[in-house]
Design a protein around this ligand. Structure first.
Ligand SMILES: Cc1cc2nc3c(=O)[nH]c(=O)nc-3n(C[C@H](O)[C@H](O)[C@H](O)COP(=O)(O)OP(=O)(O)OC[C@H]3O[C@@H](n4cnc5c(N)ncnc54)[C@H](O)[C@@H]3O)c2cc1C
Length: 289
């Protein structure tokens, strides 16, 4: 591991000043679960490591204008156990519960996961299906980016070297909406997903027709993949087996998985179709309940 300077600023302003001065040569460390591995493997060799340990104010879940605002330093375990999350957006607690082991969930943060941008991670898939937005701040100002536009490639995002991801805003689900995250992992329970899918379906209660739906896949492309073509098929339709089969075929056409230790590209594409069918059916049932 190459030598680096370790900084533990106390305030957001100090973090942003350090990123302003050294952004290209610096790395933020939040939970450290991904970063330390990358340092050990010399995949990254920063001159400065900026720890967020001492920062306060980025580790709470707050209600803001019809949304929940998740601080970047909220841990996976917090997300899994938070009474507010469980009550208002339970699919988020269910999703974070499925990540790795308790030890990792105790350390890994909401912001670190998004900035890491591994397309096999779980929570980005659900957050995108819920139409979440991220807050990015630099010493020059702040901006909000829809998660749909945040990921650009494997481990790549629109985050600039001088920017910190400060929070995620998740709109509260509309009435008569059902959401689900399904993780398909045939190896061990603490593995990354072979395929992940999040579906969110809003129905018109009297007719039971689909008003709006979002379908997002993980593990089948270089970023979490929203399949708008399949979403469009469902709009204005009633839940029926043929419709789910059609949606599954459209999803399979749009996935571009790579073969790796978790399965061949063909296997992942096949399972993407199976998982989407199951996810849509379960999300729809939740919307009807
Ligand atoms: C063995 C193992 C199994 C895992 N399995 C899964 C799994 O099945 N599903 C899953 O979803 N996840 C899984 N994870 C966790 C996941 O892959 C990442 O390790 C974790 O989400 C990163 O969060 P962190 O807070 O530890 O980030 P860190 O490791 O601290 O940082 C990760 C990256 O994000 C940057 N960063 C961190 N915070 C910010 C910020 N606020 N603003 C800007 N940049 C920032 C860092 O500079 C670094 O580049 C697993 C991890 C391990 C080690």
């Amino acid at each position: 591991m190459r030598a680096f300077e370790y900084r533990e600023p106390d305030t957001l302003e100090e973090v942003l000043a350090l990123l302003h001065d050294h952004g290209e040569d610096a790395k933020i460390i939040a939970g450290g679960t991904a970063l330390v591995i990358m340092l050990n493997q010399r995949l990254i060799m920063p001159s400065y490591l900026i720890s967020l340990r001492k920062l306060s104010g980025l580790n709470s879940v707050d209600s803001v204008d019809g949304a929940l605002q998740l601080g970047a330093l909220v841990t996976h375990r917090d997300m899994e156990t938070s009474p507010v999350i469980r009550d208002q957006i339970p699919v988020l607690a269910e999703t974070y519960r499925q990540v790795a082991t308790l030890r990792i969930r105790n350390m890994a943060t909401v912001g670190g996961t998004l900035a890491h941008a591994d397309p096999s991670q779980d929570s980005p898939v659900t957050l995108m299906a819920l139409d979440a937005r991220v807050g990015l701040t630099s010493s020059g100002g702040s901006r909000e980016v829809a998660l749909d536009e945040f990921f650009t490639d494997y481990y790549e995002t629109v985050l600039q070297p001088d920017e910190l991801l400060t929070h995620v805003q998740v709109p509260l689900p509309k009435p008569h909406t059902g959401s689900i995250y399904l993780k398909f992992l045939p190896r061990t329970e603490d593995d990354y997903a072979t395929v992940g899918v999040a579906a969110s379906v809003e129905i018109e209660p009297s007719s039971q027709l689909c008003r709006e739906c979002r379908i997002v896949m993980g593990g089948v492309a270089s970023t979490p993949l929203r399949v708008k073509e399949a979403e469009a098929l469902l709009s204005g339709q009633k839940l029926a087996p043929e419709l789910l089969h059609k949606a599954a075929s459209v999803v399979q056409e749009h996935t571009d998985p790579i073969s790796d230790s978790r399965g061949s590209a063909d296997y992942k594409r096949e399972m993407a179709g199976v998982c989407v069918r199951r996810a849509l059916e379960q999300a729809w049932q939740r919307a009807l309940a």
